[in-house]
Design a protein around this ligand. Structure first.
Ligand code: MG
Length: 277
């Protein structure tokens, strides 16, 4: 009898341990197609053609960008978010404390965690310059990963896709997990690259439903990568975008994804939207 109780108790303990171990780990299967790592166990995109992060989705065509003569200077009415000297316009995204990135040689270097601006912005023109770690290390999503998060929610992917393939909806200048870039205009690691982004915020009704989605145009190194593309909602890993209602402005956030991606010359111009034809 005593032995029976002991066995039951051990089974109960074992079951609890098994439950505690099993619950937080849904099975994830990464697959590789033509050298591209991705997933087929993710939901379908609304177009019904591709899974989220589908490695079979066509790669964006490679376009060699034109050249630039020098670092650009901001327009006279721009709000300068990083001028090469101070992180005073930025905070730790998670804690609200001081931004944990470093400033080296006039550049902002990603470290420790995501950061976001103290400014909140709505419709805007945004300029960002970034430089991927040289030499590049690792592959796929694990190579020079960062991100420009509009309103802290909608990620324009920053990644080193120069001679580096990844699932198309996670490539450089892609709307992460949703829309691949129209072209891969990456420069080699160690060279400065530019994003010029025009963003229109989404609008919601009183019930929190989307009236108009957010729209984004992204010019990467002078090449159009997103053309007034509707955003499907918050961007996340392995899920299609879904909207959560929010206000008309939000901070700009930059991602730390374990890689020391450098940024400089970040400025924004709020813009008015005229919807009359
Ligand atoms: Mg990223």
């Amino acid at each position: 009898m005593k032995t029976g109780i002991l066995v039951l108790a051990l089974v109960a303990v074992a079951a609890n341990v098994a439950l505690a171990q099993a619950e937080p780990k849904p099975k994830i299967t990464e697959i590789v197609i033509d050298g591209v790592a991705g997933f087929h166990d993710t939901p379908m995109q609304p177009d019904g053609k591709w899974h989220v992060h589908d490695p079979a989705r066509p790669q964006p065509p490679i376009v060699t960008p034109g050249t630039f003569s020098a670092q650009a200077t901001p327009p006279s009415d721009a709000i300068v978010l990083f001028d090469g000297k101070s992180l005073s316009n930025w905070r730790d995204k998670k804690t609200g404390g001081p931004a944990p990135w470093t400033v080296e040689d006039g550049d902002m270097v990603a470290a420790k965690g995501d950061i976001q601006t103290t400014n909140e912005m709505g419709d805007m023109q945004l300029h960002v310059e970034f430089c991927e770690p040289d030499p590049g290390q690792h592959a796929g999503q694990d190579r020079g990963n960062s991100g420009v998060f509009l309103m802290g929610r909608y990620e324009i992917q920053v990644l080193d896709c120069y001679h580096n393939k990844t699932y198309a909806d996670g490539a450089t200048a892609g709307i992460y997990g949703q829309h691949p870039p129209l072209a891969n205009a990456c420069r080699p690691p160690g060279e400065w690259q530019t994003y010029d982004i025009i963003f229109n915020v989404p609008h919601f009704n009183d019930q929190g439903e989307v009236i108009t989605p957010g729209y984004v145009t992204v010019i990467h190194n002078g090449v159009v990568a997103q053309n007034h593309q509707a955003i499907r909602g918050d961007t996340n890993w392995r899920v299609p975008g879904t909207y959560t209602a929010h206000g008309p402005t939000g901070p700009l956030a930059l991602q730390f994804h374990n890689h020391p991606v450098r940024f400089r010359n970040i400025w924004v111009r709020p813009i008015a939207v005229v919807n009359e034809p």
